[in-house]
Design a protein around this ligand. Sequence first.
Ligand code: ZN
Length: 498
Amino acid sequence: MTELRIAIVGLSVECLIGSPLKTEQADMQIYRGQEMIDGDLWMVRGVLQRLAEDDHVLAVPLMWATALPGGALTSDNYAAIRKETVELLRQNGPFDGVVVINHGALEVDGLTVQPDADFLEAVREAVGPDVPVGASLDLHGHMSPRFIELATVISALRTAPHRDDRQTGYRTTDQLLRVLRTGIKPHISAVTIPILTAGEAAVTTTEPGASLYASLASYDARDGIMEANILVGFAFNDVPWGGMTALVTSDGDAELATSCAQELANDIWQRRHDFVLRMETASVTEGLARLAAATEGPVFVSDSGDNTTAGAPGDLTGILQAMLDLPAPPKAVVAGITAPQLVRKALRAGIGAQIEITLGDEHISLAGTKKVVTGEIINGGEELHLSGFQPYRSVEAAWTAIRFGDIVATFHARPIGITTPEHFDSMGLDRAAFTAFVVKLGYLHPRIEDIAHRHILLLSEGTVSLDLENRDWRHIVRPALPADPDFAWSPGNSTYTG
Ligand SMILES: [Zn+2]
């Protein structure tokens, strides 16, 4: 058997167009060659695992670029990554197949086509039209007719909170190897479903996400079907390619792929009114009152409007200010506030020093109340090194932890996603000493979810406010829920095929 050479590339960033910060070159984490093998990287590791299982297959990891969710990529940043990807594919080819690991909610300043499709276009520029290309995606992304024309097979995550990155990379690669070994010509059909929903209303641990995602296995098992996938979309972005997507790949039968994709789209549309928040949810005032009354911890509280893992800047101090105003605040950590000037000031003052600061001074995403407070600097450093598996970065920017009575707040020079217990441990915070943890998340990330006794999602303000009904939609295809009142819909006019 001849050896198959499979290239691995990708540009995986969830971009929030409404963020006042752009994602620049300095914000990227770029892994090249051996770094992609050594790094135990999100999504990449499942691709490598599947390639390693076959004799006569050579994995050629070239480059994977990622970043914490944030604003749109600057055009310079995107152009450099696109160019290097094309060059690496050309210089190291020829390849029998390519795996592309993207997110699906990439946005780039000034680009008017779906950016993830444009990145696939770059891959095609390098390898030509005939080399099979597998795309591995997050489920919070979008799809477009061009993407489907350019991809040979597609797999997306099937859990939110995301616990199946390995399986997803594995499935993409498994489909790609099947194409290469058998010579089949897969057919992909997709349906855009006009539903805009926050990820928090479409988790796979509660309805309707749980049963819709569970149903995918029954589609996969049908004769002639390779995979069915659902993309929830990224509704915070008002883009022409917005909405949910039902996506079915057959091993060649176009009609079968289309009928299955439309059936799946209808299944989703039937449940359109069920995409609501089912976790414990409260206004800021009510949620903090419940928190103050809680006797058993750890209680995790999400400042959902400023969720950095959905691309928000993390700059808002409203929840910290409200907690400091509570008559009897709980022993709490308020973690992950972006405040570069405050961090510099604290690091200059040193651990043990008292510091007077004005909360609200560094708000960039929303004007807010200011509050002057004095606290004690209890820890900090130029870098924050995180142990354990990290879905984003293992080394974070300069930071400080400041104590205000029973509350400790952590401030960071750059946006950070507090997604693992190691984030607290690495800042020297004894988790057992606190009953409450405020984090800038929406739903809890898996390893936080695993340790939480209780979760309260605060409907706070910010760039990713969960109030989607009252947004001023200008670019999405109308009608769409919840921007428009309920309407009749069938998948016919929203179906496209590759
Ligand atoms: Zn996601």
